[in-house]
Design a protein around this ligand. Structure first.
Ligand SMILES: Cc1cc2nc3c(=O)[nH]c(=O)nc-3n(C[C@H](O)[C@H](O)[C@H](O)COP(=O)(O)OP(=O)(O)OC[C@H]3O[C@@H](n4cnc5c(N)ncnc54)[C@H](O)[C@@H]3O)c2cc1C
Length: 333
């Protein structure tokens, strides 16, 4: 935090978002993984104008901030987050059909609801996101998807508020989508809505496809313990020779391996589950162990999809933080 006393920061935040600033957020209660220390503030803007005013203020105050959705891809530091978490309010949850096959989605819309609504309108192309438990802004920032598909391929335009509070629309090309990546992971801009260009289909086909996806996921993925989905990214070269990360971890003998209260799931080894009271250090140690053993077994170094949020608000891939803490992975040892 900068040289401003906390009480002054809170007062200034309250001026921009009256009644929508909370302090001392317990990340071990609030985050999807149920891990992390305390976040200084949570701010929930209701309109684009409020998002713009808030971002301008945060720039002026030089206070670290991070936009979050449902935190289903984030590991927070045990030391907490010494800044402002910005979460769009439920006012940004609308999903509407613009014309024929174009659909407009708010940045805080629930991702599975987008797949269901598209199916109701007889539109295809997004059934694969039906089981992804996050906000639509988070999905776009991560360029998320499943079954080797990603949301970026159906994005027409994305509306954002930039760091200085300017509102801009970006074309699909300007979003810089690649595998689980987009310009939004670096930019600090906040996605407020997006327009999708979908494919004509029919309600029944889409519903059947979604049902099958949900059934497969409920068989394969752990359902009870808190987790953040797949931890390691699939690498196409490794996939051809060894298979997906879950298989590589299993073959390294680590399925079910435990580090204090975190475990490489015994349902699916690419998931790390919180057995109750797990810490970020436990998860980082498991990531280091799995990465090292798979490397020594196969020669492939797996990178992570999940992001680590440091106390000062730096966001990095979890494997980068694990390497920073426990050292580089070496061929033997
Ligand atoms: C059980 C489970 C299964 C999962 N399965 C999948 C899967 O099949 N495919 C997949 O891709 N992912 C999967 N995930 C991971 C996760 O759900 C996705 O990455 C999701 O899209 C993240 O959305 P979120 O709202 O939780 O974002 P968060 O985790 O809160 O944030 C993720 C990133 O997006 C940024 N962000 C969030 N909102 C905005 C915004 N409005 N504007 C700009 N940036 C923003 C954040 O700063 C952060 O960098 C799974 C997770 C779980 C828990």
């Amino acid at each position: 935090m900068p040289a401003y006393p906390s009480s002054n920061i809170r007062t200034m935040l309250e001026r921009v978002l009256p009644g929508r600033i909370q302090g001392c957020i317990d990340l071990a209660k609030m985050s999807r993984w149920r891990i992390g220390g305390t976040a200084r503030y949570l701010a929930e803007p209701d309109t684009e104008t409020e998002v713009a005013r808030l971002l301008k203020l945060l720039q002026e105050l030089v206070v670290p901030y991070l936009v979050i959705g449902h935190t289903s891809n984030l590991l927070f530091d045990d030391q907490g987050f010494d800044g402002v978490l910005v979460r769009l309010s439920s006012n940004f949850s609308s999903i509407s059909q613009l014309d024929g096959s174009r659909v407009e989605v708010g940045g805080f819309a629930w991702t599975p609801a987008v797949a269901h609504r598209a199916a109701t309108w007889g539109l295809g192309g997004v059934a694969h996101i039906v089981g992804i438990p996050g906000s639509f802004g988070g999905l776009i920032a991560m360029n998320g998807g499943s079954l080797r598909k990603w949301i970026g391929s159906h994005v027409d335009r994305v509306r954002v508020v930039t760091l200085d509070g300017t509102r801009v629309e970006l074309s699909q090309k300007e979003c810089g989508f690649s595998y689980r990546n987009s310009v939004f992971q670096e930019a600090g801009a906040i996605i407020t809505s997006a327009v999708l260009a979908l494919e004509p289909s029919d309600r029944h086909t889409q519903r059947q496809e979604m049902l099958k996806i949900l059934q497969d996921r409920s068989k394969k993925f752990p359902r009870k313990e808190p987790n953040c989905g797949s931890v390691f990214l699939s690498n196409p070269d490794m996939y051809k020779i060894v298979g997906p990360p879950g298989k590589a971890i299993e073959e390294a003998g680590l399925k079910g391996y435990r580090e204090n209260n975190a475990r490489l799931s015994s349902h699916h080894a690419n998931f790390i589950v919180n057995l109750g009271g797990a810490t970020a250090s436990d998860v980082l140690m498991l990531v280091h162990k799995a990465r090292g053993d798979v490397y020594r077994n196969t020669g492939y170094l797996m990178d992570t999809e999940v992001k680590f949020v440091s106390r000062s608000g730096l966001v990095s891939s979890v494997h980068v933080e694990a390497e920073r803490r426990f050292g580089q992975i070496v061929a033997s040892g």
